[in-house]
Design a protein around this ligand. Structure first.
Ligand SMILES: Cc1cc2nc3c(=O)[nH]c(=O)nc-3n(C[C@H](O)[C@H](O)[C@H](O)COP(=O)(O)OP(=O)(O)OC[C@H]3O[C@@H](n4cnc5c(N)ncnc54)[C@H](O)[C@@H]3O)c2cc1C
Length: 391
């Protein structure tokens, strides 16, 4: 695959120079010249009105192995409790497996793991369970074990949560298996004809949504943030098989020792789990003004969210940030105060059930996705709202 400029067609107009997000194009002697480092994003090709730029497609490649079948969801747990993201992934995984007419399995590693039947109720046909005292809070041992099991059972797709655990060890598994991994996906679909996992995620600073495929290697691997997919209602009557697998201890030693586990107690209500979120943006003006939102949040039992600028300016800790580089939330009610509605912010909250936007600019993009919009000064509107809600 490469990019080519047809010098017969190129007029040296410079449109591509302005369009290139990486400033890799220059016009030399009235012809466009594309420098090394081109990512083949295709923007220059789209912008060229003389059709002088072509990206040569890679030859159709067949998957390296046709012997891989089935979808695996990594069932993350801690202290015997399965993490909610696992159920979200199983719910989506079920739909993907049905589309591919294949099995859905959960793979769970740990010690004294509970809620195994729940994995079946949420859609798994099989659960591979590696329960061993050596795996108790020794997550650094997961990498080799998961890679070994994937090599043995050969699933065609492996999905995990983009949690701190998933983000740290799933790339290592992909690296051992020499396969591709798309991190932080916001959607997963199937190309049934080619049995490909279509992995969508924001790219180029969130300005475009890229759909990524892994054509040749298996399994196809992706991580998805918590709350991106909706949990289905569990079906307690669903039948499934639990396969106990022995942990392969051979040559495995942990390089870490868990001294203690300290829960983040900084906030009473975590935004990822909150039903209602009151979020503030740059429109608040300064750190002290978050007090207004705290009062509103307290009146309705909401968690406090933020866009990125207040976090960057140190008005509020990062754990409150919603968006592409913050948390993905899906509350019943999201109240956005003084937030303009950039794509990067929307990426983290647009699936909220009801969105209320308070902004003094009637043209603010947040109003395009808001269920209810209040055009006004937040310093007047928020106290009025708090007063009414308290009553
Ligand atoms: C790679 C990358 C990742 C990013 N990740 C994130 C992310 O995770 N989350 C995120 O939020 N951003 C993220 N951003 C930043 C994003 O592009 C925007 O800059 C940011 O979301 C804007 O925040 P804001 O809406 O609070 O501020 P602004 O865009 O400045 O908007 C402030 C709004 O407040 C309104 N306002 C001002 N005063 C008042 C008042 N008195 N009453 C009512 N309204 C008022 C204004 O009309 C305006 O609409 C990212 C950017 C990049 C490049």
């Amino acid at each position: 695959m490469g990019i080519r400029v047809d010098t017969e067609k190129c007029t040296g107009c410079g449109t591509c120079v302005a369009a290139c997000p990486f400033t890799l194009i220059e016009v030399i002697d009235e012809k466009a010249y594309i420098n090394e480092g081109c990512t083949l994003c295709g923007i220059c090709q789209q912008m060229c009105e003389y059709a002088a730029i072509t990206i040569e497609e890679a030859e159709e490649v067949v998957p390296a192995s046709d012997s891989h079948r089935g979808i695996w969801v990594f069932a993350e747990q801690r202290d015997s409790q399965i993490k909610s993201v696992t159920y979200e992934l199983l719910s989506r995984g079920r739909e993907l497996a049905d589309t591919l007419r294949t099995e859905l399995s959960a793979i769970c590693l740990g010690h004294n793991v509970g809620e195994i039947e729940e994995l079946i109720a949420y859609g798994a046909d099989k659960v591979y369970l590696v329960d061993d005292a050596a795996l108790d809070n020794q997550e650094d041992l997961y990498t080799a074990e998961l890679a070994r099991l994937i090599q043995e059972y050969k699933p065609e797709i492996v999905i995990a949560g983009a949690t701190s655990l998933g983000r740290s060890f799933i790339p290592r598994v992909a690296s051992i298996l020499k396969t591709g991994l798309t991190a932080d996906c916001t959607d997963l679909e199937i190309d049934t004809e080619k049995r490909l996992l279509l992995q969508t995620r924001p790219a180029f600073g969130g300005n475009i949504m890229a759909t990524i495929i892994c054509q040749t290697q298996r399994p196809q691997m992706a991580t998805v943030r918590p709350r991106v997919f909706k949990k289905n209602t569990p079906n307690g009557n669903k039948k499934g098989e639990i396969i106990k697998v022995d942990f392969n201890k051979e040559g495995v030693t942990s390089k870490t020792r868990l001294l203690s586990f300290v829960a983040d107690l900084a906030d009473r209500i975590k935004i990822e789990d909150a039903d209602i979120i009151v979020a503030g943006g740059r429109g608040l003006g300064k750190a002290e003004n978050f007090q207004l939102l705290k009062e509103l949040a307290a009146a309705i039992g909401a968690a406090l969210g933020s866009s990125r600028p207040p976090v960057d300016d140190g008005w509020i800790p990062y754990s409150h940030q919603v968006g592409q580089t913050g948390k993905t939330v899906r509350p019943r009610l999201y109240i956005a105060c003084g937030i303009s509605g950039s794509v990067q912010h929307l990426a983290g909250m647009q699936t909220s059930e009801t969105i209320v936007a308070i902004n003094n600019d009637p043209e603010a993009p947040i109003f395009e996705i808001a269920t209810y919009g209040i055009v006004g000064d937040l310093f007047k509107v928020v106290p009025m709202l708090t007063k009414e809600l308290k009553q």
